[in-house]
Write a protein that binds this ligand. Sequence first.
Ligand SMILES: *Cc1c(COP(=O)(O)O)cnc(C)c1O
Length: 299
Amino acid sequence: MQAPLQQLQHPLLQQHNLTLWVKREDLLHPHISGNKWRKLKYNLQEAKALGKETIITFGGAYSNHIAATAAAGAEFGFKTIGIIRGEEHLPLNPTLQFATAQGMELHYVTREAYRQKSESAFLAELAEKYNQPYLVPEGGTNQLAVKGCTEILEDVTIDFDVICCASGTGGTIAGVIAGLKGEKQVLGFPALKGGDFLKEEIEQLVYNYSGAYYSNWQLITDYHFGGYAKVKPELLHFIQEFQKQHHIPLEPVYTGKLFYGLFDLISKGYFPEGTRIVAIHTGGLQGNAGFKERLGIKV
Ligand SMILES: *Cc1c(COP(=O)(O)O)cnc(C)c1O
C-alpha cells in the first residue's frame, strides 16, 4: 500500500515559480481510503490488543469514515456497528449499501440523539447495549488517529515549505502538525462553514498527542462553498477540469474545496516565488457515487 507523490504541471505554477506535489493518500487502499486508513490503523491495533470483537462508530449517511470502518472491519475481522445520524432512507444510498455489504450493522438515531454522541451517558448506554465494543469517535478522530496521521509525512521524500490538507474534525491536520514538530508551514482548508472553531480543537488534539503547542499552522476558512457538503457550480466545474488536466479524481466535500482554494490562493500571489507545496489528497472518493445520486449531477 503506497501513497506516492505526484508533481503537478500548471501554467499558474510556472507563472508564480512554485512547485506543487500531491500526496496520493487516496491510493493507499481501495476501500479504507486515504486519511481514514491512517486514522483507523492504531485504533484497529488497540481494539485487537484489548480483545474487542466489535467496533462501533458514528457518522452521517454519506460518511467516508463509516464506509472505511465497515471495510476495515471486514478486512481485519471485527464486527462493525455504525450509528447513523437521521432516518433510514430506502433504498440505501451507495455509502450505506457498501457499509452493509461489508457487514456493518446500521443503527439510525435522531439528530438530537446524535448530538449526544460524545456524552458519557450516551456512550455508556451504547457500551452496555452492544457488549462493550471498541468505540471510535465520529470521523475517526482521537489520539491514536493523530498518531496514524503523523505517518502521512513518513514517505514524503522531497523537501517542501508548505503542506496543505482539507479539514473536517481536524484529526488529520493535527497529525501533520504534530509530526512536523514546528517545522515548515501547515495550511488547513476546513470543509465546514465558520471553520475557525476548529482551531482550538486542533490545538488540543496536537497537545494531547505531543504535549506541545505549535504556531506554524493556519486555517484558510474561505473555501467552504456555503458549508459542509454544500457545492456550487464553479466547484464542480473545477473538479472536472482538474481531473481532465491531472488525471486525479477529486470529490466535492473535501479535496475539491482544498484544491480549488489552493489554486485560488496561488492565482492571487499568496505564496512567495520558489515555494514548494505538498497537498494531501485525503481520498474520500466513495462519496462521489452518493453525490451523483443525490443531486443528479456528474462529478
Ligand atoms: C474525513 C475526511 C477529511 C477530514 O479529515 P479530518 O481528520 O476529520 O479533518 C478530509 N478529506 C477526506 C477525503 C475525508 O474523507
